[in-house]
Design a protein around this ligand. Structure first.
Ligand code: HEC
Length: 190
């Protein structure tokens, strides 16, 4: 029987690299925590919030039970793979949301992927009882986002040199007539 074998050169290198990764991760974590704990502003500001009525609260329960979370995300529930509905109430009116749930295609005004007529996968939504759809609409309308948050329709306040620079660099000339800069829009819902 051979005694204790010493590590081969390749194994030493491999374990060395592995160890270095772990050490780097630990240092990184310690630095991040130190910065986070001593900073006077929260590092990740939460800019989404919710305002629920009694009906909205019921809607939130239906939202979870009716499998909406298999394609959507709201208030940390659901999947990241689909459309996040956080902040929806700052982008859409209650009537729009209700009408979308009831008649997705007409309300969207363009082709839909999952909501709509069978056999689309979310076709069941528009067939749900009307009072459930109203409760869900109340729930979704209660999901608000502050200006500048990624889920808000209103861009951050003030001019950003960075955004202007990127726009200048990447937008084709003819887009300027074709599309409107959201920062200059005035009809976004509060
Ligand atoms: C199979 C996946 C799927 C399921 C399940 C699903 N949705 Fe959707 N939802 C989508 C997709 C995709 C869109 C974008 C419109 C489209 O193409 O159908 C969307 C769009 C929406 C919108 C419009 C958002 C906007 O501002 O454009 C709302 C509101 C919505 N869904 C709510 C719900 C609710 C409430 C449920 C559960 C009762 C639900 N969805 C279940 C896939 C799904």
């Amino acid at each position: 029987m051979a005694g204790k074998q010493s590590l081969k050169q390749g194994e030493k290198v491999l374990f060395g690299i592995f160890g270095a990764f772990i050490v780097a991760a630990i240092i990184g974590y310690a630095v991040l925590e130190a910065v986070r704990l001593t900073a006077d502003k929260p590092m990740f500001e939460v800019k989404t919030r919710y305002e629920f009525t009694e009906e909205g609260r019921r809607g939130s329960q239906i939202f979870r039970e009716a499998r909406c979370t298999s394609c959507h995300r709201a208030m940390r529930n659901g999947t990241n793979m689909g459309l996040s509905l956080d902040g929806l109430g700052s982008k859409r009116a209650y009537d729009w949301i209700y009408s979308f749930l009831k008649r997705p295609e007409e309300t969207y005004g363009s082709a839909t992927i999952d909501h709509g007529m069978p056999p689309k996968e979310a076709a069941y939504v528009s067939a749900m009882p009307d009072e459930d759809l109203r409760a869900i609409a109340a729930f979704l309308f209660g999901l608000k986002a502050e200006q500048g948050s990624a889920s808000s329709a209103i861009p951050p306040e003030g001019k950003s040199q960075f955004i202007d620079g990127v726009l200048e660099m990447v937008t084709p000339e003819n887009w300027k007539d074709k599309y409107q800069d959201v920062r200059e829009k005035e009809d976004v819902a509060e």
